[in-house]
Structure formats: structure tokens, C-alpha cells
Design a protein around this ligand. Sequence first.
Ligand code: HEM
Length: 391
Amino acid sequence: MQTFDLFAPTERHALYARMRAEPGLCRIAPFGAYAAARYEDVRTVQKDAQRFSSEALATTAEPPWLGPNPVSQSLVTRDPPRHTQLRAMVNRAFGASGMARLEAQVRHEAQTLAEAAVHQREVDLVDAFSFVLPRNIIGRMLGLEPSTFTEFKRWSVNMGLITSAVPAQHAGIRDTVKEMEDYLGGVIAARRRQPGEDMVSDLLRAEVEGQRLTDAEVLSFLFLLLPAGMETTAQLIGNAAILLARHPEQLEQARVDRAHIPRFIEEVLRCEPPAQFAFRVATSDVELAGTPIPAGSLVMGLVGSANRDERVFEQPDVFLPGREKGSQHLSFGHGIHFCLGAQLARMEARLALEALVPRIRAMRLRSPDIEWLPGLTIHGPRTLPVEFVPA
Ligand code: HEM
């Protein structure tokens, strides 16, 4: 079995293509994980919760230097039957009617930010638009105090560092967990006393078969939701902006036909998925693609590779909105852990582009080289200096 180094300075998609051409699974050097690169195998890893556990990953959020961390108890690191119960309780808050209620708010926020960004002509699109929009939306959805929104970035960066942190970062991460516990715990207590029309109140009211979420369960859900609601959506909008700038004909098409925007976003999700892979742990000795995997092994589903598998997508490296099977990408996962916020993320990205596109005739990247986020999991621009030609 071949071992590949994901940190090697190779073009990511060339590496994925080599991995897909291997007869079975591959090994990944930095994690010692077994990696699935072909579409069918990645989908199996994502959906077969019996053989590939998410719950067994919970301990990675609680290294000895950190201790208890509410996020380790959250939905994404639970297997059935607990996952099934928790998911039923939070599903309603993310259903179609909840999203419809939010639409006017997201549109207003997107229009205000787009207006200000285009007016400046030259901006860092991440700072001015693609990060701020999802951050403000998740903050408002949860009914959090707007003056605290500026803390969210630091919190989510620190939470994202836990599995790879060096000792110099430990104290900062411990402080973040404590700060988030105090702040979000205070919000939960306040909503218990006085419920409102926000998602925290909805979660506290949610009842399935006579069961309600405890304060600790709501807290762990908020620990997951705050970064999950911001980071990935910000990367989707940032990656969409890069592709709009690099494909002026797509910008033109979106300008004359607004219905093109959702097709464009789906293709951005396929080609440049914000979450490049998902981890699981083998629950017993199992076999996938003819490769034996010992119980307890770390298994990776390489979503960025699956979405470009030539067995499923014709000419997979060509950016082609509206392509056949275009929405069958695995960027929001598959099966029981399918992204709870997928509808919200798609709506935010659509309304972001609906706000931006009519205001501009062109958008130029001020440097041809993108400064990407460090790390391998989350894929998107760290900064994105652009220049607009207003419409
Ligand atoms: C789960 C991607 C936006 C909340 C997931 C998973 C993926 C994903 C791949 C599955 C993880 C796994 O299988 O282990 C994305 C992408 C987004 C996005 C690419 C944006 C483009 C959001 C938003 C929210 C959200 C906006 C909430 C406000 C969640 C939650 C889960 C999840 C709660 C856990 C679901 C479960 O375990 O049952 N997301 N996500 N996501 N996502 Fe998202």
C-alpha cells in the first residue's frame, strides 16, 4: 500500500489523482491514517456509521493538556443511538421554515456589506464580506450580543488548533475554552430565565418523545455551531469570489441570469470543497476497497478527491456550472452526519452573490497568487485583496 504525504509541496489535485489510481486505500504520512480517495469509498466512509465511528474521535478534542472540552460531546462526534436522538432535537431549528424566516435577514446583511465593499473599490474581500457575512448571521441566529462578534474569529481559530497545537499555544486554547464556556453558558442561563425568538431558546424548548436537551448538551452544540456556521461558509463565499474573478464569463452569466447563481455555487462546492476531508475510526477489523483495516485505525474520506473522481464526473477538473450530476458532490457529507447547515450555507452563498454581482462589472484579484489558509482541512483564502469595477 502506497503512503502519501499530504503536506508535500505537490499540487493537491495531482496528488489526489495519484491516490485514486491506487488499487486499494492509501496511507497518509502525517496521521498514519488509511485514506479513501475514490468517490464510492469516500461515500462509504461518510455513511457507514456502524463500521466507521465518529464517536471514537471525541477524545481528540480533549488532549491531556486541555482536559474537558464541551465540543467533544457534540452531535458530530456521536454515533447512533445518541446521534439519532440529538439530531432529531436540533433538526427543526434548521428546517425549511426556519430558513425561510432567516432569508430576509441574510439578504439585508449581504446587501449592506456588498454595498460598503464595492464602494471602497479596493478591499480584502475576506475581511469586508466573505467572513463577516456568515459570522454576523450565526451570531444573530443564536441571539448573541453584536459587540461580541469580533471575538468569534479568535475562538474558532483556537478551537481549530486543538489537534495540532504546539505547547506554546496550549494556554491560549485553554483560555478560549473557558471564555466560550463562560459566555455561552451565560447566554443559555439567560434564555432559560427569559426565552426569546432565537435559536438558543428554540433548542431549550425542543422536545422529542418527551425528552429535552440539557444545558450541557446545548452548550456542546453551540461550541460546534459557532465555528461550523462561520468558517466553512466563509470559505465557500471566498472560493466563489476567486472563481468569479478568474471566470469573467461566469460573472456576466450570473449578471444576466440570476438563476445561474445556484448552479455556479454547486460547482464551487464540487471543485473547491471548504472541508477537504472527514475522519472516522474503524470500529472492528474491516475491509474497504479490498484493503484490510485493523480495528481502531484512523480512516480519512478525501472529499476533495471524491468530487473530482473521473468515474463519476466527466472532465472533473473543468469548472462547469450546471454539469450533469453536479450536485452529487460530497462536500456536505453523506448519511446521518450530512451537514445540518447545508441549506443555510447554500442560501448565504446565493444571497451573497445576488448582492455582489449586480453591483460590479468586474472583480480583479490584486495578486494572481492566493494566500490560502494554513492547514489541510479547511480550504479557502486567508485574505483576498480585490479591486472592483462598479456596475
Ligand atoms: C456537518 C460541511 C456549513 C453545521 C458537516 C459535515 C460536513 C460539513 C462535510 C459532515 C462532517 C462529518 O461527516 O463528519 C459544511 C460546509 C459548509 C457547512 C462545506 C459550508 C459551505 C454549515 C453551517 C452550519 C453547519 C452554516 C450551521 C450553522 C453543521 C453541523 C454538523 C455539520 C451541526 C454536524 C451534523 C451531524 O453530525 O449530524 N458540515 N458545513 N455547517 N455541519 Fe456543516
